[in-house]
Structures are given as structure tokens and as C-alpha cells.
Ligand binder design. Structure first.
Ligand code: SAM
Length: 286
């Protein structure tokens, strides 16, 4: 969808291990990889060195893409969330399965999740667990986090377990999943960054340029879907039935995906983390 080819400049806003960038470079495109994680930048730089000047990197947040890159580009790719190396390494503090410091920062800057808990009022902490984790025991969990002040991932899991009645523990997911998701989103200001990138899109892309975004949960997918619909001049899909929908005829974009593209059953079985991925793409009209 990004139409990678010689002469096309594409931003990979979530460089990570460089898998997507490698595919774009192999197809001939010039790629600028952005990541806030210095370890990801180092690994991808080594992996992609053979492409010479066609590949370069910027350390920073994709929400600042317009400031990190001069002028307009032909493509923007975002593959949201954390990477497998970040998730799997206990020391990074993302996983409730492995014990490590309660860090959760993708970058090496800013407050850790443990510091965020300390710095946030109980009421605000409850609100963010509710909003970013869609966790109905948010108030009880916020109270436990404030009083127990966890410094490690396992201490945080204990705080969650102690505040959710045993009979209410979810069957499909770990009892700490939603709280960990909320803390991670808040620590990394993930949704603010996504909003900033979406707001910058119209000016960032050249005519014919494509934005492709892969999201992993509804809090990410919702703003992508709504912004893309708006840019394509489509009415909201939740408009009440029977009411006339006014379509803006001056849309500057067209949708390349009318429904999000998801992983096939065979891909999901090879790569279970792809199960919840949704890809949406739009193209700026010439
Ligand atoms: C899911 S991984 C991307 C994997 C990559 N597509 C690949 O092929 O290896 C997401 C990466 O984006 C980075 N990231 C997430 N949010 C970011 C943001 N707002 N700004 C910059 N980098 C971000 C993370 O540090 C992580 O390395």
C-alpha cells in the first residue's frame, strides 16, 4: 500500500527491529526510521547498514515527525505499541510474566511507571486505569498502587491481585493485563503521540502519499479510523440510521482499506502477537 519504489521517501515512524523498513528498502524506497528507543535504533542501524544512504534514522517520537524530517514525504508507516524485544526483556518492565523493575519506558527518558504512580494523585491514577485499561476495578487498583507503591512488575501484579475479588478475575487474560496496558500507555504518552501524528498527516504527505497504520487495540484503532474517515470526507459510521449524512466533496484523501486488514489464521498461528493487529491505510489525492 505504501508503494515503495526508487525515488519514494517513506517514514517508518516505529522502526523497532527494522523489519518493515527492510522490506521497504528492498523494494527500492528511501526510508527514514524513527524510534524513541535507542536500542531499537542501534539494532536496526546495524541490520540495515547495507542500504547505505537510502536509510537513515532519527531518535524521537513519531508525533514530532514533521519536526524531525524536512519537507513532505511519500509515505508514513506506524506499527503501534511495544516491540517484542521490549516486551520480552524483563529489565524493561513491560511484562507481568517476568519480574523486573517497573519501568515501562520505550525510551530512556521521562518518568518510569513506578515514578508515574508516585507522582499521580490516586483519583487521577484511577481515571487513567479506567480510560487506558478499560478496567472496572480501577478505583480499588489505584488505591492499592498508591499504598503499596510497587517498584517491580511482580509487586504491581500483587497490588492488582489484592484489589480485584478472586471471583472477578478474568478467564481469558491475566488479572493485571488491563492495568499494565494503562500504565504503559500513560508512561509513554502513546495516545497523545498518535493524535499528534494524525493531526500532522495532511501537511506531512505529498499528493499521492500514503499513510498506513497498524493498531493493536480499540483505543488506538478508534482515533485512526475516525481521522481517516474524516480526511476521506466520509460521515461517522455510527450516525443514526435514517438521518441524511452530508458528505464533504472536497476530501483530500481516499481510503485504501474500507475494512481494516487483519492477519490470516495461518499468520496468526505463526505469530500470535499479530492476532489483534488492524491495518488501515489512506492516500492523499494528487
Ligand atoms: C511494534 S514495534 C515496531 C516493529 C517494527 N515494525 C519492525 O518491523 O521491527 C514498535 C516500535 O515503535 C517504537 N515506538 C512506539 N511508539 C513510538 C513513538 N510514539 N515514537 C517513536 N517510536 C515509538 C517502539 O519503541 C518500538 O521500537
Amino acid at each position: 500500500m505504501l508503494k515503495p519504489a526508487a525515488g519514494r521517501l517513506i517514514i517508518d515512524g516505529t522502526l523497532g527491529g527494522g523489519g518493515h523498513s527492510e522490506a521497504l528498502l528492498e523494494a527500492g524506497a528511501t526510508v527514514v526510521g524513527i524510534d524513541r528507543d535507542p536500542r531499537a535504533l542501534a539494532a536496526a542501524t546495524a541490520r540495515l547498514a547495507r542500504f547505505g544512504e537510502r536509510f537513515s534514522t532519527r531518535k524521537g517520537e513519531f508525533g514530532d515527525a514533521s519536526a524531525l524530517i524536512e519537507g513532505q514525504v511519500d509515505g508514513l508507516l506506524l506499527d503501534l505499541g511495544v516491540s517484542s524485544p521490549q516486551l520480552d526483556e524483563a529489565q524493561r518492565g513491560f511484562s507481568f510474566m517476568n519480574d523486573g523493575p517497573l519501568d515501562m519506558r520505550m525510551s530512556d527518558e521521562g518518568l518510569t511507571a513506578a515514578e508515574l504512580i508516585e507522582a499521580t494523585e490516586e483519583r487521577d491514577l484511577a481515571d487513567l486505569i479506567w480510560k487506558y485499561g478499560e478496567e472496572r476495578f480501577s478505583r480499588q487498583i489505584a488505591r492499592a498502587l498508591k499504598t503499596q507503591a510497587p517498584k517491580t512488575t511482580f509487586q504491581a501484579v500483587e497490588a492488582v491481585k489484592s484489589s480485584v475479588p478472586r471471583r472477578a478475575w478474568p478467564k481469558e487474560i491475566n488479572v493485571a493485563t488491563r492495568t499494565f496496558q494503562a500504565l504503559r500507555i500513560a508512561t509513554n504518552r502513546e495516545l497523545e503521540n498518535l493524535e499528534a501524528a494524525l493531526a500532522a498527516l495532511p501537511a506531512l504527505l505529498r499528493p499521492g502519499g500514503v499513510a498506513a497504520i497498524i493498531s493493536f487495540h480499540s483505543l488506538e484503532d478508534r482515533p485512526v479510523k475516525h481521522t481517516f474517515r474524516e480526511l476521506c470526507g466520509e460521515g461517522p459510521d455510527d450516525a443514526p440510521r435514517g438521518l441524511p449524512v452530508i458528505t464533504v466533496k472536497t476530501a483530500a484523501f481516499r481510503a485504501l482499506t474500507h475494512k481494516p486488514i487483519t492477519a490470516s489464521a495461518s499468520e496468526a498461528s505463526l505469530n500470535p502477537r499479530a492476532r489483534s493487529a488492524k491495518l488501515r491505510a489512506i492516500e492523499k489525492l494528487p
